[in-house]
Design a protein around this ligand. Structure first.
Ligand SMILES: NC(=O)C1=CN([C@@H]2O[C@H](COP(=O)(O)OP(=O)(O)OC[C@H]3O[C@@H](n4cnc5c(N)ncnc54)[C@H](OP(=O)(O)O)[C@@H]3O)[C@@H](O)[C@H]2O)C=CC1
Ligand SMILES: CC(=O)C(=O)O
Ligand SMILES: [Mg+2]
Length: 582
């Protein structure tokens, strides 16, 4: 079907690609151009372009602007009633016309975030792993051991700046509940977690302005312990029991070494949705030598700290005056707890971390974490094992600890019961309640429950979005406490400064910046996060503060330091507008 003529378009890539100037790219013409998502403009190709690039006859005569294409697509998307159909339509668009996909996502972020991200991406991984018609990232399995560098070279893009990698062991809060009892007709397995790095990276571009071509999604397959899958003839993953211990560590190590060798020291590797027994270890191991960031531990901590800092404007006092209780003591829970303790210790009190941790309590599947359990605790829980008698249930823990802030990070839905929320409301004039678990089905309570059971007094935010709630003739707008507020701007800050390592002070800087973006009109509605509609401006500000920290700490390699870091960050951001092919 080729028209037989190969022609090259040399494009000068404007501001968004200044990170690697001068840069030119070659694309095919004619039929191939229409099937190249990075350069296809569909009916927006001008008459001149249709002549110059052998497109005559390959398109209907109409000529649409990008705005009109956008309106038409939004109209079509809104016809779908099932969220998964919208998700699939967006994935199709991304594979067909990348700029239009990002234009839609950027201009309609509040409407489309729940489509390409939580909760729908969870459903996509869960039900329709195989809807990914074309591979959207790199699959690295134990079969590739010894050849990972070669595998990286198979990826068509060379200038990779961010990698989001998962081994699919804990996808959102769905891990345990959907992996063992799967429906064999739907072929769910860990590789379908590829939806997560793909989704996260689309936010890196839409919310943080990273170029799509600089983003690489990776899924690592070390096998499965699910017998149903192992015996399923249609299973497309590695047919062996899951590797652990040294075998697992060696594969990950080869991956990390190959990444640094192929892309250099400044490529950011974001670990996403690993189970906690690997997540903490990987972060600790590679933090001193690589630019690594664990979104579930660090990104979540930063976004929650931001929410708490802004909540102080509604409840008064400082963080040190508050008592925190977590349901869930894994990556999210202990990551947030540690960043709160660090912030209290660094601002104002100057108290050592051992002191500032004392007002922070965590409950895991066995109950309140207390010192008598110390011997049997995983290492990341030990700092939280305070003196107290053992307590089993959350309600009893609330009554005993009397928290002012209750945070759900267990991945188990409906655990903030009416009794729990009422207990919080009886202890506090304005109880802060954060139900972080994703997707919506795993949320500890709904927004409606939080507002109703607290008689409209709760300051509430959740990991997955909830619609506004009307209670007693007042409309409450719940915030979305999701790391999507942080990682895109955080990553941009690392990239524009050429940072070589991540430092906790950068996380604190990102939290403080995000908290500063909440305006009085938001506070008036008990909202502790700014609207996502401003996210690109917010990301530029977060990026600037993170970059400033990198320079201050001597971790930035891009010299000289730009004077105005916010302007610089904005100038580096990817624009989805079509370019003209001269
Ligand atoms: N909003 C956001 O931005 C983010 C939200 N999350 C969400 O947080 C949730 C947890 O993620 P993550 O921390 O990585 O998971 P982990 O597996 O690391 O931690 C889960 C924790 O919850 C505890 N737990 C499980 N079941 C119960 C129960 N019935 N009662 C009390 N505690 C329980 C576990 O206990 P034990 O240790 O005893 O097994 C563990 O401590 C997920 O739903 C995830 O989607 C995660 C990252 C970001
Ligand atoms: C938001 C996110 O990273 C998670 O739920 O895992
Ligand atoms: Mg995650």
């Amino acid at each position: 079907m080729m028209n037989g003529v190969e022609k090259t378009i040399a494009e000068d890539i404007a501001t968004e690609e200044q990170l690697i100037t001068p840069w030119t790219v070659s694309v095919s013409s004619g039929y191939t151009l229409l099937r190249d998502p990075r350069h296809n403009k569909g009916l927006a190709f001008t008459e001149n372009e249709r002549d110059a690039h052998y497109l005559r006859g390959l398109l209907p005569p109409a000529l649409l602007t990008q705005e009109l294409q956008e309106r038409k697509l939004m109209h079509n998307l809104r016809q779908y009633e099932v969220p998964l159909q919208r998700y699939m339509a967006m994935m199709d668009l991304q594979e067909r016309n990348e700029r239009l996909f990002y234009k839609l996502l950027i201009d309609n972020v509040e409407e489309l975030l729940p489509v390409v991200y939580t909760p729908t991406v969870g459903e996509a991984c869960q039900k329709y792993g195989s809807i990914f018609r074309r591979p959207q990232g790199l699959y690295i399995s134990l079969k590739e051991k010894g050849k990972i560098l070669e595998v990286l070279k198979n990826w068509p893009e060379r200038n990779i700046q961010v990698i989001v990698v998962t081994d699919g062991e804990r996808i959102l809060g769905l891990g345990r509940s959907w992996l063992p009892g799967i429906d064999s007709h739907k072929f769910i397995y860990r590789l379908h977690g590829m939806g997560i790095p793909v989704g996260k990276l689309s936010l890196y571009t839409a919310l943080g302005g990273l170029r799509p071509s600089a983003c690489l999604p990776v899924t690592i397959d070390v096998g499965t312990n699910n017998d149903k899958l192992l015996n399923n003839e249609f299973y497309i993953g590695l047919r062996r029991r899951r590797a652990t211990g040294q075998e697992y560590a060696e594969l990950l190590d080869e991956f990390m070494t190959a990444v640094k060798k192929n892309y250099g020291e400044k490529v950011l590797v974001q670990f996403e949705d690993f189970a906690n027994h690997n997540a903490f270890e990987l972060l600790a191991k590679y933090k001193p030598t690589h630019l690594v960031f664990n979104d579930d531990i660090q990104g979540t901590a930063s976004v929650v700290l931001a929410g708490l800092l802004s909540a102080l404007k509604l409840v008064g006092g400082t963080l040190a005056d508050h008592t925190f209780l977590f349901l869930g003591a894994g990556e999210a829970g202990t990551g947030i707890a540690e960043l709160i303790a660090l912030e209290i210790s660094k601002t104002g009190t100057n108290a050592p971390l051992e002191e500032t941790r004392k007002n922070i309590w965590l409950v895991d599947s066995k109950g309140l974490i207390v010192s008598s359990r110390k011997g049997s605790l995983q290492h990341f829980k030990k700092p939280w094992a305070h003196e107290h008698e053992p307590i089993k249930g959350l309600l009893d823990a609330v009554k005993a600890i009397k928290p002012t802030v209750l945070i759900g990070s267990s991945g188990v839905g409906k655990t903030f019961t009416k009794e729990v929320v009422e207990a919080m409301a009886s202890l506090n004039e304005k109880p802060i309640i954060l139900a972080l678990s994703n997707p919506t089905s795993q949320s500890e309570c709904t927004a409606e429950e939080a507002y109703t059971w607290s008689e409209g007094r709760a300051i509430f935010a959740s990991g997955s979005p909830f619609d506004p709630v009307e209670y007693n003739s007042k409309v409450y707008v719940p915030g979305q406490a999701n790391n999507a507020y942080i990682f895109p701007g955080f990553g941009l800050g690392l990239i524009i400064s050429g940072a070589i390592r991540v430092h906790d002070d950068m996380l604190l800087a990102a939290s403080e910046t995000l908290a500063e973006q909440v305006k009085q009109e938001n506070f008036d509605r008990a909202l502790i996060y700014p609207p996502f509609s401003n996210i690109r401006k917010i990301s530029a500000k977060i990026a600037a503060r993170v970059a400033a920290k990198a320079y201050e700490l001597g971790l930035a390699s891009r010299l000289p330091r730009p004077k105005d870091l916010v302007k610089y960050a904005e100038s580096c951001m990817y624009s989805p507008l079509y370019r003209s092919y001269r």
